[in-house]
Design a protein. Structure first.
Length: 311
């Protein structure tokens, strides 16, 4: 196939858009879509601190690269990358190395937050203590809380996450399948400031996962290709397969799910009672109950289910 803009060979076919693009046109397309998202999600932001969650994988690496490109023209904006070390042997060390390589090349401040120091445990230890619980359940909850805390500690006004279109479509479908609509307003990107949260942006939201990978490859952006050893037990895998199948049969499904989320949030914000989080009685972080899920999981690690406390 040839690029729709000329005689160069195409590197990507985009059925949802009805076109195919060569390398340079594809890269400009990604950059322009992300630029529009940053402009839409953070209008009139001209000075302050922007934190970027950087795992070292392709999504966060591209998110940091394009966020840095967008804000570097504004001298009043400082960017800080935050990496969470959950304590996953044989995996996190290599992703952290790529994260350090990228921040070094961009000249971006890099902060590493370790679960062992902040929570007193690690994901690997929790896997052994909670064999019947999918690791992504507590790992994701702890990682999000640690990111939010670290962003606050850095004085961040915004927190950029590397969620791509596939990630968001899967999450939206998961919440719909579970009738968990209260999670919808708390998903990134945040439309308004929520008490206790550094406002989250998702500039890669219109970019499919394979296009994020291709952009990182064409741009020689350093990232780690590895997969977390615990990922195979994630319930998200089912929804990933469903979204892929729907997109294959009905191109544009992922974008439609994104619009569905936006419409639901608009309707819920018109009657916001009960949709805003309170505070955890244990740690003080945002929570929809008296105790946040992060603290509930920590309590389970200290005393796994089925083990009675000593008299």
């Amino acid at each position: 196939m040839l690029c729709i803009h000329g005689d160069a060979a195409a590197v990507v076919d985009r059925p949802y858009a009805g076109d195919h693009l060569c390398g340079p046109h594809f890269q400009r397309s990604v950059e322009e879509r992300v630029r529009r998202e940053l402009h839409r999600q953070a209008p009139r932001f001209r000075a302050g601190v922007v934190a970027v969650a950087l795992s070292g994988g392709k999504d966060s690496a591209v998110a940091l690269t394009l966020t840095h490109r967008y804000f570097t023209r504004l001298p009043g904006v400082r960017i800080v990358a935050i990496t969470v070390d959950e304590g996953i042997a044989g995996y996190r060390s290599s992703t952290m190395a790529r994260a350090a390589e990228l921040t070094g090349s961009l000249g971006v401040e890099h902060v590493t937050v370790r679960a062992r120091e902040r929570l007193g445990t690690t994901t690997d230890e929790a896997v052994r203590a909670l064999p019947g619980v999918a690791p992504c359940s507590y790992c994701g909850v702890w990682r999000r809380q640690l990111l939010n805390r670290a962003a606050r500690d850095a004085g961040a006004d915004l927190l950029v996450l590397g969620f791509n279109l596939d990630d968001l479509a899967q999450t939206i479908l998961m919440n719909l399948a579970r009738a968990d609509l209260t999670r919808m307003p708390r998903m990134a990107p945040h439309r308004r400031r929520q008490d206790g949260f550094v406002p989250r942006l998702a500039p890669l939201s219109p970019i499919p996962e394979r296009e994020v990978f291709l952009y990182a490859h064409l741009g020689a952006i350093p990232f780690d290709h590895g997969e977390c050893p615990h990922a195979g037990r994630a319930s998200r895998n089912v929804f990933r397969e469903v979204v892929w199948k729907l997109e294959e049969e009905l191109p544009g499904t992922r974008h439609a799910l994104l619009r569905t989320h936006q419409r639901i949030v608009e309707l819920m914000e018109a009657t916001p009672a009960g949709t805003l989080p309170g505070r955890c009685g244990a740690c003080g972080e945002p929570s929809t109950g008296s105790r946040c899920r992060a603290c509930e999981y920590l309590k389970s690690v200290e005393r796994p289910p089925g083990i009675e406390a000593a008299p």
